[in-house]
Design a protein around this ligand. Sequence first.
Ligand code: HEM
Length: 152
Amino acid sequence: MAGLLKHILVDGYLWIKAFHVIAVVCWFAALFYLPRLFVYHAMTEDQAGRERFKIMERKLYRGIGTPSMIVSVVLGVGMLVTSPDYFLSAGWFHLKMLLVALLIAYHFCCFYFLKQFQADRNTRSHVFYRWFNEAPVLILIGAVIMVVVKPL
Ligand code: HEM
């Protein structure tokens, strides 16, 4: 009986971790693609083209970005509560959570720009959005090194 329970708990943890990583990949796919749409949207002058980008951006943010953020966080917390003392005392986890907080802030920054574009009130250039597009790459590199290598 004890063996079965251990099997379920360990496997259960690994299933949660697997879907956590899947959700994180989907979240990053949205956070890499949405600012790229902002780049092309900021360069578009015809209204029909702008309307098309508005639909794509809105569906990407609401249909993939936000749901995968929520699943990433819920499953991450699900693993955290299995050993809170261990994780909350680990330097690598603190730095990972700081990077995750930055990523969530970036996500809501995208929401602000999405609303600006929806209302045809964007004032930033495509160059701004090209640089803005790079930020999640740095967060991804930092967070994955922290959680896989655990250097601290
Ligand atoms: C609030 C949000 C998050 C929380 C609470 C969280 C928490 C966790 C926890 C507790 C683990 C298990 C670590 C282990 O078993 O060693 C884990 C694994 C993982 N997390 Fe997160 N995470 C969050 C967001 C993210 C984000 C945004 C990324 C991507 C950059 C990420 C990438 C990973 C990866 C790749 C693993 C698997 C590591 C391994 O197999 O060794 N997590 N996460």
